[in-house]
Every structure is written in structure tokens, then in C-alpha cells.
Ligand binder design. Structure first.
Ligand code: GDP
Ligand code: MN
Length: 355
């Protein structure tokens, strides 16, 4: 489960990691102090580059900027809320994260002296990576301060690493990334952005988990941003075969998406949103083979999601397996046709596209 930035920062705050002063904005009428940084709360990275981070200097500009940001889709997601934060005076942006190396079965600290939106441009070999476990966080602060070139922050960094490590373990995190870790003009280190992923399998021991974090279709892959046919299938094999079949029929598949077994309305609605972010979609093929998944559940999800998504292109749906008859009836009631085979979906999509 991926947390939204403000949820992750609430966890950091309670672990005594410095974060900017902040409030949540839900509408253009909300009052916030200026200057302020407004940040779109969507479960994707790269918001800075996609228009999801805005500095507002004048209070009079706030309502317009807030309403624009609340309706702006960032990589397929529309935010429910914005995070309003005090403007930081940035001297330098560092990268700091705690990750799990599954091969080595280790928790590691990973850092880069050049953080921020271009962190991926850094040479992979130039990152500092060091193992953390309950015993040897000692000395990690010194190593990090040395690597960052911040000897005067050695104790602060040591303290921060210990807190981050504890926070990571206690929250059953699988990723905790601070990018950027900002050094302000006043020489304070502040977590200006945070990405946190928690282990869904640990939910049973966290009754306190009730995050707003939108579900993400983590398997969504854009294949061709100008492709005309979007695909939704369940199971990676069927999803790949569906993409191949679209291509073999002479059409341009836009994406790969395996919605897995949990095809609920939220996930399908999210899939539609991700698809609608691609510019040229003319048809959506939904190919479901239901074993554990139930076709009637998928049908209900499609119906709900379709109502939530504006100007959706035509759907070509093939359902087979558990509770298939019920699904066809449910969809027919809403005037959503189903087809018997993938082949029929392909032919119908092709006709639609050539119109
Ligand atoms: P991301 O693009 O989704 O990773 O969003 P970030 O929260 O990391 O913000 C992207 C960039 O916006 C940062 O690297 C900073 O350069 C800038 N930024 C974010 N918050 C502030 C702030 O409070 N003050 C200033 N001046 N810049 C900020
Ligand atoms: Mn960031």
C-alpha cells in the first residue's frame, strides 16, 4: 500500500522527524497563509514536473490555483486534497531512503548527495548504500554526514537514521523515501517530500491503518502513449495475450493492465482514469477469465466505475467463468453489451476505430 505524502508525513511527524509545517486543503474556500507551497496529493511521483507542486506568493491567487490543482490529473490521478506547506528556503536537496534488499534480506539506507526531481539522473554507482539493523545503526550517521559533506550535521543525521529505522520497522514499511531531504538556509534538515509504502500483509497488526491512499493499479504499463486501444485483463498471462491479440489484429495497444483477483469498483475506476489520461484511446477491451474473481463483481465494478468516469470511449467486454450469466444480465440492464469471445471484441474495436 502506497501512502499519500501527507499520510506519510504524519507518520514521520509522530516519529519526530522534522517535516514542514502544513495543513490540508480541500476546497478553494480554505484559508491558508501565504507564501505557501501547494502539493497535489496523488499516489504517484514526478508531481513537480507534472504541475502538481505550486508556489503561491499572493493570497489573492490562492482560490484559482487551488481549484485548478484540485481538478488537474497527475499521471492519471485526481487529488482529493492538497497539502499546503510553509515555503522552505532551500540551500541544498539531498536524497535519503530506507529500502529492503530482498536478495540479501537486509534493510538498507540509501542516500545521494544530489536529491530532488532529477535524482534518477545520478550515476547508480554514486549512491551511498549501507546496511542497517537494530545493532549497527551506530556509525551510520557519521558515514552519511561524511558522504553528504555535512560534518556539522553528524549527530543530527545519526539521530534521524535511528528514528527512521525505528519508524520503518514499527510501521511494517517496505519503502521510506525522503526526496528531497532539504538543508535550509538556517542549516536545518527537513523532510520536504516523503514516499512510504507499507506491507499489506501486516495489516492484521495495525488496527490504526485507515489511510485515504487511493488504490493504485501497480501493474499498469503505458506501452504507447499514442495507442488507440486500451486493455484491462486479469492475470498477467491473459493481460499479455490480450495486448498481443490487439497488436496482431493490426491495432495499436496503449497499455498493459493486470487487475489481478481483486477487481473491485475502486480499482476499475482507477484503471479508467489511468486510461483516460492517454490522449488517443478510441476503445477499451476488457478481458476477464474469472476463477476466484467473480464476473458479477467485475460487472458491478464496471457499472460503478463507468458512471464515475466522464466521456469514456466504448467498452468491448468479454467475460468468462464464475457467475458469468449474472454479470451479462447486470451489464445488459445498464445497456452495456458483452461479447462472447476476445476475437469479437477485437473485430468490434477495429470497426469502431475505422469509423
Ligand atoms: P515530487 O516531484 O512528486 O517528488 O514532489 P516533491 O515534493 O519532491 O517536490 C518537487 C520539488 O519541488 C522539490 O525537489 C523542490 O525543489 C520543490 N519544492 C518542494 N517543496 C518546496 C518548498 O517548500 N520550497 C521550495 N522552494 N521548493 C519546494
Ligand atoms: Mn520528491
Amino acid at each position: 500500500m502506497k501512502l499519500l505524502e501527507y499520510e506519510a508525513k504524519a507518520i514521520l511527524r509522530s516519529a519526530d522527524i522534522p517535516v514542514p509545517r502544513a495543513s490540508i486543503v480541500r476546497s478553494a474556500q480554505d484559508i491558508v497563509q501565504t507564501p505557501v507551497i501547494l502539493k497535489s496529493q496523488v499516489p504517484t511521483g514526478g508531481r513537480g514536473k507534472a504541475g502538481g507542486i505550486k508556489l503561491v506568493e499572493n493570497a489573492s491567487d490562492l482560490p484559482a490555483v487551488i481549484s485548478t490543482m484540485l481538478s488537474l490529473s497527475i499521471n492519471g490521478s485526481i487529488p482529493k486534497v492538497l497539502l499546503a506547506e510553509e515555503k522552505l528556503t532551500i540551500e541544498h536537496e539531498y536524497y535519503l531512503s530506507i529500502i529492503i534488499d530482498r536478495q540479501l534480506a537486509e534493510i538498507q539506507l540509501m542516500a545521494h548527495v544530489n536529491g530532488g526531481v532529477e535524482v534518477e539522473e545520478n550515476d547508480p554507482k554514486s549512491f551511498l548504500i549501507t546496511t542497517l539493523n537494530g545493532k549497527n545503526t551506530d556509525g551510520a550517521g557519521e558515514k552519511l554526514a561524511d558522504y553528504y559533506g555535512l560534518p556539522s550535521q553528524c549527530f543530527i543525521l545519526q539521530d534521524m537514521i535511528e528514528r527512521l529505522y525505528r519508524c520503518f520497522v514499527q510501521n511494517d514499511a517496505t519503502l521510506l523515501e525522503i526526496n528531497p531531504l532539504v538543508l535550509t538556509f538556517n542549516q536545518k534538515l527537513v523532510a520536504a517530500d516523503c514516499k512510504m509504502e507499507l506491507d499489506d500483509a501486516a495489516r492484521f497488526r495495525h488496527p490504526e491503518w485507515n489511510f485515504e491512499a487511493a488504490p493504485v493499479n501497480s501493474s499498469f504499463v503505458t506501452l504507447d502513449s499514442h495507442g488507440t486501444v486500451a486493455t484491462i485483463a486479469n492475470g498477467a498471462g491473459l493481460a499479455m495475450a490480450t495486448v498481443d491479440a490487439v497488436k496482431a489484429e493490426g491495432m495499436q495497444p496503449a497499455n498493459f493492465l493486470d487487475i489481478g483477483g481483486g477487481a473491485n469498483a475502486k480499482e476499475i475506476a482507477q484503471a479508467f482514469r489511468q486510461i483516460m489520461d492517454l490522449p488517443n484511446i478510441r476503445a477499451i477491451i476488457i478481458n476477464i477469465f474469472a476463477g476466484i474473481t467473480r464476473c458479477d463483481e467485475v460487472a458491478k465494478a464496471i457499472i460503478t466505475a463507468q458512471k464515475e468516469t466522464m466521456s469514456l470511449p466504448p467498452l468491448f467486454i468479454r467475460l468468462a467463468g464464475t457467475n458469468f450469466e449474472e454479470a451479462v444480465k447486470l451489464l445488459a440492464k445498464e445497456n452495456i453489451p458483452t461479447l462472447a469471445t476476445l476475437e469479437e471484441c477485437l473485430v468490434a474495436s477495429k470497426e469502431k476505430i475505422s469509423e
